[in-house]
Design a protein. Structure first.
Lengths: 113, 112
């Protein structure tokens, strides 16, 4: 089983729509969580961290359910510029080290006018 | 502010040829450095990471190697490329107290 699983999509939504992505992780020892965004043929860029109480950054809302080992990303009022692949990322620490990041394969989003 | 550079941006190499990709970081000291590969339609695969000069950990055995000759320089090499080495190679850095990683612009490698 992969450490991080995502629905690959693609999700095709009109401008202004609300879209949600889900992600599950396998290791309950995972300790921090992130969403990255990757544009076509570009490097991944950090979109937002995911906190246990849930957090919001403008039109983006991230939630974490540790009991279910489930992470979500909600995008409201979608813009054309939101078209990208969204990567779910989980950090697992090893002892006193920072640990390593595990990346999902990504969920592709296309927003159409 | 910190910046990360990679070169070349794109590379086309014949099978069996050597490879050297370079990554440098500016604006930080003693970063953790990472090499990832992203094959077409697949997720990011961690290849190597380094916590300091001369310290390299390999995550996946293959015909690639990495070196860290200076604090802010990370090099990915191969003596003989395979077709399966084609992909998008990404270097990333992480500060000593942070868990997030920041990626360079990547090198797109095509082995023919």
């Amino acid at each position: 089983r992969k450490e991080v699983e995502q629905d690959p999509g693609p999700f095709n939504v009109p401008e202004g729509a609300t879209v949600a992505f889900n992600c599950t992780y396998s290791n309950s020892a995972s300790q921090s969580f992130f969403w990255y965004r990757q544009d076509c043929r570009k490097e991944p860029k950090l979109l937002m961290s995911v906190y246990s109480s849930g957090n919001e950054d403008g039109r983006f809302t991230a939630q974490l359910n540790r009991a279910s080992q489930y992470i979500s990303l909600l995008i409201r009022d979608s813009k054309l510029s939101d078209s990208a692949t969204y990567l779910c990322v989980v950090n697992m620490r090893r002892g006193s080290t920072l640990g390593r990041l595990y990346f999902g394969r990504g969920t592709q989003l296309t927003v159409w006018p | 502010s910190q910046t990360i550079h990679q070169w070349p941006a794109t590379l086309v190499q014949p099978v069996g040829s050597p490879l050297s990709l370079e990554c440098t970081v500016e604006g930080t000291s003693n970063p953790n450095l990472y090499w990832y590969r992203q094959a077409a339609g697949r997720g990011l695969q961690l290849l190597f990471y380094s916590v300091g000069i001369g310290q390299i950990s390999s995550e996946v055995p293959q015909n690639l190697s990495a070196s860290r000759p200076q604090d802010r320089q990370f090099i990915l090499s191969s003596k003989k490329l395979l077709l399966s080495d084609s992909g998008f190679y990404l270097c990333a850095w992480r500060g000593a107290l942070k868990e997030t990683q920041y990626f360079g612009p990547g090198t797109r490698l095509l082995v023919l």
